[in-house]
Structure formats: structure tokens, C-alpha cells
Design a protein around this ligand. Structure first.
Ligand SMILES: [Zn+2]
Length: 355
């Protein structure tokens, strides 16, 4: 497997050296590896989709292969992908499982990440699994339950003034000997890990007409698009779904990358998990949305709060950030043709945000 920079042409041997971004031009990197168009019948996600991933993690804690729940409503088939049921309570476990297995393979001893919360739990969980020491830098405004989970998992928690300050703090530690900077906003391992969501949906249902996804760093959206593109290249399907990304009015970098302007609206502070102000792959995310005939929908706190309550009433115990996809569905549902199927990925457990 090989690192590749699509901006300056840099290439590097990924089985020997880790780069969290391009060492030559500081852009996000891609990972090249051979893909085999085959699924197995294993109930371990990394064995089932080993043809689509660069290596198989040596440890597994039940991440992936989450349930897909179908609900018919107002002429649509809603497909809820319950990714909040992953071991660390969020979809991030798919990317983290690959990323930390890779850190272990390369002999790192410590892990480091800046996060709004869920990635911190995930990195602490998998670091401990492989015997690595995790340092998690999180804004002090992050939900208390997420901080407690990191500590309970044995992570070293550093609290920052804000999400941006968290990134500034990790910059001081990156490059220290033996420290693996997870860099989940940058790492293609997260994109490849999150891609397993769409292989599972394809096996459980087929190809939905629409996919509605939250955008923080955009890694989830890029992963899901990547896997639908791979399925098309493999000849499993002809048409990819329309991709709808969701951001809040308070933080809309991908909307800005797509349209060149920001739109005014109600604050979206309830969706703290997608408050990534300067995602390194924003342009790439906007490009993929354009390529797949999609759009970015913006939502505010009133809609998020209503969607969150409704999801709980329906039996989906998600955190407020995860409700933005359902809020977006309500915003655009009249524009979606009847008989369409709409996949919504429910990303994070609400149990961590109750404390
Ligand atoms: Zn480069």
C-alpha cells in the first residue's frame, strides 16, 4: 500500500512510514491498495470486506455490521443505519479500528488526537485494546459523558478552550518520538473504514436513491461516496445515490466551499459533533457532492431539537448531532419523489449526552 498526494504527486511506502498529511505540500493524502470485488460471509466486518480494505486489523470489538432499520412514511422508505450501536457509541469506531491497528503495526507506543468528543472515546478504546497510550484533546464544552468515557477507558484527557484550541494543542506534541497523531480529519484510513457502511447497506438493501449524512470533517461522506464508487467500479451497481450532506448554520464550511457564500440562520450549537470550522478536505467533499448531484442542507437548533425528540420516540437513542440528518430530511422531504428510498446514517449514541 502506498501514500499518494493528489495535489503535488508525492508517493510513499505506507507499510513502512506514516504521514498524517503530505510531507511535501501539507495536503491530505490518499492511500492506494489493490481492491478485490468480493464479499465473504464472515460476521467480522474486516474479514467480510477484506477485499475493499488495505489490511485486516488483528483485533475486533464488534465494530461494523450494524443494523439497518426500514420505516415507510409519506411515500418514502426511510433506511436508518444504526451506527451509534458501535462499541464506542459512534461510527468513528470503523475508521479508528483501522487507524490504531495501523499504528500498532508500525510500532507506535502512544496515540494523540484532537476531537469534539466521539473520536476521543473511539481512540481511547482501540488504543487500550492494542496496548498504546492515548492522549485525547477535547474542548471543555464537550459533553461531560464523553469526557468521562475517555477517562474510564484510561485515556489521558486534555481540555482545550475550544475545538480550534484543541488542534493548536496537539500541534505541540506531533512529531514527538513514538507518538502517532491520529489526524482523523486528514487520514484516509478513516475514509476507508467508514466506507464499510455502504458495503453493508448494499448487502442488506441494495442501492438507496438518496443518502443523507452529517458533515463535520466530511470523512463519513467521503467514505460512503468512496464505497458506492467502488461498488460501481466492481460492476455491482450502475447508479450511485444522490448525496445530501448536512451542516448547521453555526458552522458551514462545506456549504461555503460549494456555494461560495454562507447562509444566515438559527444557531446550530446542539450539533456540537459537526462543529469543524476548517476541515482539510472541505473542497474534496464539495467536489464529491457536486459530482453525485447532491447538495448541502443547513439546519438550526429548533429543527435539531424536534428531530432529536422524534428519533427517541421512534426508538433511536441518538445524540443531538446525529439528529441533523432527520431534521434535513424533514426540510427537503417534499422535494424527494415518492417511492424513493432514503438512507440516513445515525452516527452517535445519545446515552453519552444524558449525563
Ligand atoms: Zn503533496
Amino acid at each position: 500500500m502506498k501514500w499518494r498526494c493528489n495535489y503535488c504527486g508525492f508517493e510513499g511506502d505506507a507499510s513502512r512510514t506514516y504521514y498524517w498529511r503530505c510531507p511535501r505540500c501539507s495536503s491530505p493524502l490518499s492511500l492506494d491498495y489493490p481492491v478485490e470485488c468480493e464479499f465473504s460471509s464472515s460476521n467480522v466486518v474486516w474479514e467480510r470486506y477484506s477485499g475493499f480494505t488495505p489490511f485486516k486489523p488483528s483485533k475486533w470489538r464488534g465494530e461494523g455490521l450494524t443494523p439497518l432499520v426500514s420505516e415507510k412514511t409519506s411515500g418514502h422508505t426511510l433506511l436508518f443505519k444504526l451506527d451509534y450501536l458501535n462499541p464506542g457509541g459512534s461510527f468513528k469506531d470503523r475508521g479508528t479500528a483501522l487507524s490504531i491497528a495501523y499504528a500498532y503495526m508500525l510500532g507506535y507506543k502512544k496515540t494523540l488526537v484532537d476531537t469534539s468528543g466521539n473520536t476521543g472515546i473511539s481512540v481511547a478504546l482501540y488504543s487500550k485494546l492494542y496496548g498504546l497510550e492515548p492522549t485525547i484533546v477535547m474542548p471543555k464544552t464537550a459533553p461531560v459523558g464523553k469526557k468521562k468515557a475517555v477517562l474510564k477507558l484510561g485515556g489521558r484527557l486534555v481540555e482545550a478552550e475550544s475545538r480550534t484550541a484543541a488542534t493548536q494543542i496537539v500541534e505541540e506534541y506531533i512529531g514527538e518520538p513514538g507518538v502517532y497523531y491520529v489526524g482523523h480529519l486528514w487520514s484516509p484510513l478513516y475514509i476507508i473504514g467508514h466506507a464499510t457502511i455502504a458495503y453493508e447497506v448494499y448487502e442488506d438493501y441494495g442501492v438507496p436513491d438518496y443518502v443523507i449524512l452529517p458533515i463535520g470533517s466530511g470523512g463519513l461522506l467521503l467514505g460512503v461516496v468512496y464505497s458506492f464508487e467502488k461498488l460501481r467500479e466492481c460492476g455491482f451497481m450502475e447508479k450511485t445515490p444522490r448525496i445530501i450532506g448536512v451542516q448547521g448554520y453555526s458552522c458551514q464550511p462545506v456549504y461555503r466551499a460549494l456555494y461560495g457564500v454562507e447562509e444566515k440562520g438559527e444557531d446550530s450549537t446542539l450539533a456540537d459533533g459537526v462543529m469543524v470550522y476548517n476541515p482539510p478536505r472541505a473542497g474534496e467533499v464539495a467536489g464529491k457532492i457536486r459530482e453525485h448531484g447532491g447538495d448541502v442542507v443547513l439546519v438550526g437548533n429548533t429543527e435539531i431539537s424536534r428531530a432529536h425528540s422524534e428519533l427517541w420516540q421512534m426508538g433511536f437513542l441518538v445524540e443531538p448531532t446525529s439528529a441533523i440528518v432527520y431534521a434535513a430530511y424533514w426540510r427537503i422531504r417534499e422535494k424527494i419523489p415518492s417511492n424513493s428510498s432514503i438512507l440516513m446514517v445515525l452516527t452517535g449514541s445519545g446515552l453519552k449526552t444524558l449525563l
